[in-house]
Design a protein around this ligand. Structure first.
Ligand code: ATP
Ligand code: MG
Ligand code: FE
Length: 353
């Protein structure tokens, strides 16, 4: 069966084609992505109305590109999957609307996919796919969660952030330091060669005794250091070459604080569940320090670590087509005949069955 997946929950338009064969793992035939980062950068964050309008412009050309690349004709598609939530309502409606229109025109069923289930399952498209059960560390721009995953649709929440997500901690710290949006990758690049102990930063809830996280205090601490330096909201000071070494140290210290908490809590989750496998998913999963430190810690404990391929860490259509394909194969999903569609801007992953 051939699944067309459409992602439009935030600021990336993604389309992909996945083929499922009975008994085999789903295979990615082609995928295409348009990131709106350049458009939103001027505003320092995602502008929802602009995001919706850009998804409208991009989605059909991307779908054409994917079909051409996979050498598939549109009527060969058996199922149309779209991101149903969580995300920006107006942005979600674009993908859902296009999926519904295709469903009606082709007389094919639709399947609404949970965006985080997409992230969570994305390592199954890698060269080294995981096996169930595993602990999942989901670290994206909007979420930071540890989960126990026993199979497709069997997700038990172990802990999550009580305030900012890890990606948000990266992005907000980066913004304070004058870096472009989204700041995660920029901060990570700036941090290279910096001293991780140059600035004192909190490791919130490291010893909370549970698997929850808190990152809001970290951003505040970065802010306080910048106030003390006299550089807060001073673009010239932040860009001054003679200040660069200090900013490199601050970036390195902030990154080390975030990564330390993520690694220690992941180890605690592995210990608590007794599992010997962990999957990292979401945009922050692309972070090199996180990968290095987690790999090192897990190797010592005989734990296997799995990541999505680097280009599939952030939002994409491939993970949406894949999640739909895996739900179908697991017999969990009942594709809907297209007549209407619904989006769920707020939607809890552990409510999925
Ligand atoms: P959600 O999936 O929770 O709705 P999202 O879709 O916006 O949120 P993703 O696309 O999974 O999130 O990831 C984007 C986040 O990943 C951003 O916060 C970005 O800064 C962060 N990120 C991407 N690459 C890196 C990196 N190398 N180091 C640190 N953070 C990174
Ligand atoms: Mg994004
Ligand atoms: Fe995402």
């Amino acid at each position: 069966r051939l699944v067309l997946g459409i992602e439009s929950s935030c600021d990336e338009t993604g389309v992909a084609l996945v083929r499922t064969e009975p008994g085999g793992a789903p295979r990615l035939l082609a995928h295409a992505l348009h990131s709106q980062i350049d458009m939103h950068q001027a505003y320092g964050g995602v502008v929802p109305e602009l995001a919706s309008r850009d998804h409208i412009r991009r989605v059909v050309p991307l779908a054409r590109q994917v079909l051409a690349e996979a050498q598939v004709a549109l009527p060969e598609v058996d199922l149309i999957a779209y991101t149903q939530g969580p995300g920006l309502a107006g942005a979600l409606l674009v993908g859902a609307g296009v999926a519904c229109a295709l469903g009606v025109a082709l007389e094919r069923p639709l399947l609404g996919v949970h965006h985080l289930e997409g992230h969570l399952l994305s390592p199954f498209l890698s060269a080294d796919p995981p096996e169930f059960p595993f602990v999942a560390l989901l670290v994206s721009g909007g979420h930071t969660q540890l989960m126990r995953v026993d199979g497709v649709g069997r997700y038990a929440l172990l802990g999550e952030t009580v305030d900012d997500a890890a990606g948000e901690a990266f992005d907000k710290s980066a913004k304070l330091m004058g870096l472009p949006y989204p700041g995660g990758p920029h901060l990570s690049r700036l941090a290279e060669g910096g001293r991780t102990d140059a600035f004192e930063l909190p490791r919130p809830m490291l010893h909370s005794g549970n698997l929850d996280f808190s990152f809001a205090g970290l951003k505040t601490a970065v802010r306080t250091h910048l106030v003390r330096l006299g550089w807060l909201d001073q673009p010239e000071a932040l860009a001054a070459p003679e200040h660069r070494a200090t900013l490199v140290d601050l970036a390195a210290s902030a990154q080390a604080a975030i990564v330390e908490v993520l690694v220690k809590k992941s180890l605690a989750a592995l210990k608590q569940t007794g599992l010997k496998r962990i999957v990292v998913a979401g945009g922050v999963g692309a972070n090199r320090l996180l990968r290095e430190q987690l790999n090192q810690a897990c190797q010592r404990r005989g734990v296997r670590v799995h990541y999505p391929e680097l280009h599939l860490c952030t939002d994409n259509g491939a993970m949406i087509a894949l999640a739909a394909a895996m739900r179908l194969q697991a017999g969990l999903a009942e594709p809907q005949r297209a007549a209407t569609f619904e989006v769920k801007p707020r939607w809890d992953l552990s409510s999925l069955a």
